[in-house]
Design a protein around this ligand. Sequence first.
Ligand SMILES: [Zn+2]
Length: 154
Amino acid sequence: MIGIASVLERIACPNCSCVALEDFYYKIGETYILCNRCGYQYARELKLGPDRKERFEENEIIGFGCSQIVNKDGSTEREIFREPISSDTIQQFRYEWNKGTTNQEKSFLLSFENGIFTPLIGTPPKDFLKPYDEIEDPQRESIIIGSDGTISLE
Ligand SMILES: [Zn+2]
């Protein structure tokens, strides 16, 4: 098998304290964090500097929430937001939500601002926003890797 060895672990999100995924490439020291609740993203990557020496570069994106549309055929579309959710986004989501093909019970639009989650449309699953510390065995949460390479937690 070819590939860079990495350890995929669940950690408490530095932004919202829910379960986030950490992908740590232990041989080279690169780290990626992705939170599917608040949308927080973090990357620590080796980059070549102007002096041609490698150094670590850190990038952090504070998230503003997420959305999930589950279709009646079972397919799921997820999104995380890098900016506060706009009224345009709410309107667009409401349109999707009202389509006959949407499973409204499982679909939701959730904002995260100033440390507070607010469901704007729909209701997230019961344990979706449970803090990492209160989950009995967070490591057992299953990981779903989408065809587009996005990683999510169920
Ligand atoms: Zn988070």
